[in-house]
Design a protein around this ligand. Structure first.
Ligand code: NAD
Length: 329
């Protein structure tokens, strides 16, 4: 019988509770317990899930192989450092840390102690994105919108580091080329921080990405559009809809073509084909945690590892700093 991986959750606030729920249902995992500086909260969760409530992180570390760190971002570095130095694998919620230097420290420690760092950029496992693995992507232009109604929770963090960082991580995966130039602009509406941000990132391979994130919107929107030669893809992360339009030379009577696009210059026609892949009904957080457990067992690699989390953070900070420079003018 395979040995179960013992995992505990540090920080059981809004999102940490969901980590506990999922980990309690994942095969080959023993949910060892929880720790939170809010003792009453940790005790409530430990009673509900009938798991241990540890008195300190040091106590917790004596009883586990791995941890999920779901504390506020400002504590990620200190908490993760303790865990990695104790030889534990860590799943760190996004953003990996507050600064790139902190992320580099954790990545260095994880190499030294031979432990895994996985970062919770959950959108990478959004079931609507997964069908794209079957396509040869070479995006020339990518447009992403992530809009959310205003909520107090999370509003202490600039929207770039709270929301846009998800899309930065996606863009860096979709366009595997060094970033050449960043332009960004932002507006404060409800808070003293940036509530709406737009960034235009150009890459050395000639591709461009345009990202807009807002936490002052009437409705939630999370859409990605990819444009490349002969291919247009739209992904709606919220409703789980992926649509693919391809232009191909094909017989004008091809029953699978949805329309014919005349090419007047040479008299030929191109056909447009439409595909709507079936989207699996999976929970992205659960998939991330399963990926973490399988990575610990050496069966998979983390979908978002420490360096990927660090690279997304680096670009997010550059975007945020450019916006702040404008604020000072
Ligand atoms: P939260 O404030 O609801 O919960 C944080 C919990 O951590 C609280 O219970 C708090 O008492 C506890 N805590 C604080 N310092 C601690 C410490 N040193 N040791 C142990 N516990 C400590 O916050 P949240 O919304 O759950 O966010 C937590 C993290 O998850 C943040 O990094 C946030 O950016 C990230 N997050 C990610 C997503 C996503 O889409 N992947 C969504 C929301 C939040």
């Amino acid at each position: 019988m395979k040995q179960k991986t013992k995992i505990a959750v540090i920080g059981v606030g809004h999102l940490g509770k969901h980590h506990v729920e999922h980990l309690s249902n994942i095969k080959n995992v023993t949910l060892a317990g929880v720790y939170d500086i809010d003792r009453a909260r940790a005790e409530g969760i430990s009673k509900t899930f009938k798991i241990d409530c540890f008195n300190s992180i040091q106590d917790l570390l004596k009883n586990v192989d791995a941890v999920s760190i779901v504390t506020p971002t400002k504590n990620h570095k200190d908490v993760a450092e303790l865990c990695i130095k104790a030889g534990k694998h860590v799943f760190i919620e996004k953003p990996i840390t507050e600064t790139v230097e902190e992320a580099d420290t954790l990545i260095g420690l994880s190499k030294e102690h031979n432990t895994i760092i996985q970062v919770g950029h959950i959108e990478r496992l959004n079931p609507a994105l997964l069908p794209l693995e079957g396509y040869e992507l070479n995006p020339k232009f990518v447009e992403v919108q992530r809009l959310a109604p205003y909520m107090i929770r999370g509003s202490d963090i600039p929207v770039v580091l709270d929301l846009m960082i998800h899309d930065i991580d996606l863009i860096l995966t979709l366009i595997p080329s060094p970033v050449k130039h960043i332009e960004s602009t932002g507006v404060s509406i409800m808070t003293n921080s940036v509530d709406i941000a737009n960034a235009r990132i150009t890459f050395e391979n000639g591709a461009t990405a345009n990202l807009t994130s807002s936490r002052v919107a009437k409705d939630r929107v999370r859409k990605l559009k990819i444009f490349q030669e002969d291919l247009y893809i739209t992904v709606d992360f919220l409703i789980g809809l992926t649509e693919i339009y391809r232009a191909m030379d094909a017989d004008q009577n091809d029953p699978n073509a949805i329309m014919t696009a005349p090419l007047e210059s040479n008299g030929k026609h191109r056909q447009i084909f439409y595909e709507k892949p079936k989207i699996a009904k999976t929970d992205a957080l659960k998939m991330e945690l399963i990926n973490f457990v399988k990575s610990i067992k050496g069966e998979e690699s983390p979908v978002v590892d420490g360096p990927a989390g660090r690279n997304a953070l680096k670009i997010a900070i550059e975007i945020q700093n450019k916006i702040l420079e404008d604020f000072k003018k």
